[in-house]
Design a binder for this molecule. Structure first.
Ligand code: FE
Ligand code: FE
Ligand code: ZN
Length: 287
């Protein structure tokens, strides 16, 4: 079973996202827990969340991914910025309890010159303060492109964070294909080797979600500019190998490509066709 979806706007609530996902052939999706620029989260409607859960059950959705605002920085040099990240993430996790089984993905942070070791320490300390034994949500560290001073561009850095967190069973990793490519991992020519390295450094059992994106830039560029599927430096055949890889079956795959809904629908249809074994023929026409 291929669980495939995309990033959706949460402005009209949970059930609306579920219906939108269905309308574009998705059986999973991702959404921001709040406006990435602003800080205020809308009041959450438990009935709306329950309606989404029943729609998901009815239509065989996989877990869905809630994404923390990407403006948070858990390892900022400024204590008030770290405090803000902590409050926001703790609040998100409390609210996500109405969506049992959701995944909560966040960008580990940027160490802004303090060094990656200090970054790792600050991120792990924050997680140790907000994770709860009774929470139902798994928190995912996203693999990062290594833009600026981003922590998490190597599997080793993510492993170092995991090692310092006490409630490690509440943690997982989300692999972003654009980010790992930009960070230097060769998923185009050696996907098997990259997954082997992931397994030996982090453990594939920690891999809980995939962000499926092409990249505007060459491998190792550390840029983080997503491209439409098949139009970038990773390319369609390599991305098709990702969704078809035996070790990645059953994970939720979320597109975060520069698209509106019709573009996402076309990418989902394309990838479902390739998953089912159609020839990796042509890159779709510009849309
Ligand atoms: Fe992200
Ligand atoms: Fe991503
Ligand atoms: Zn990105």
């Amino acid at each position: 079973m291929l669980y495939l979806g995309c990033h959706l706007s949460s402005s009209k609530g949970f059930l609306h996202m579920g219906k939108t996902a269905l309308s574009i052939g998705a059986n999973t999706f991702q959404f921001f827990t709040r406006n990435p620029r602003g800080s205020k989260a809308k009041d959450l409607d438990p009935a709306d969340a329950a309606a989404l859960l029943s729609l998901m059950r009815e239509h065989g959705f996989s877990q869905i991914v809630a994404h923390a605002p990407y403006t948070l920085n858990a390892c900022s040099a400024a204590p008030e910025t770290r405090e803000f990240a902590e409050q926001t993430m703790a609040d998100d996790l409390a609210r996500l309890e109405c969506l049992p089984g959701a995944l909560y993905n966040f960008h580990p942070g940027s160490h802004v010159g303090q060094g990656e070791e200090e970054g790792v320490r600050l991120i792990a300390d924050l997680l140790n303060r907000i994770l709860r034994p009774e929470q139902q949500t798994i928190v995912l560290l996203e693999t990062m492109a290594g833009k600026g001073s981003e922590v998490g561009r190597s599997f080793g850095e993510l492993r170092a964070i995991l090692d310092r967190v006490e409630l490690r069973d509440k943690l997982g990793v989300c692999l972003d294909t654009c980010h790992v490519h930009d960070a230097g991992y060769d998923i185009v020519n050696d996907l098997d080797g990259v997954l082997r390295e992931f397994d030996s450094v982090i453990g594939l059992s920690r891999l809980r979600a995939v962000h499926l994106n092409d990249s505007k830039n060459p491998r190792g560029s550390r840029k983080d500019r997503h491209e439409k599927i098949g139009r970038g430096e990773i390319g369609l055949p390599a991305l098709a190998r990702v969704v078809r890889h035996p070790l990645l079956q059953g994970l939720p795959f979320c597109l975060e490509t520069p698209n509106e809904l019709p573009g996402y629908a076309a990418e989902i249809a394309l990838l479902r066709g390739l998953y089912a074994g159609e020839e990796a023929s042509e890159i779709p026409a510009e849309r």
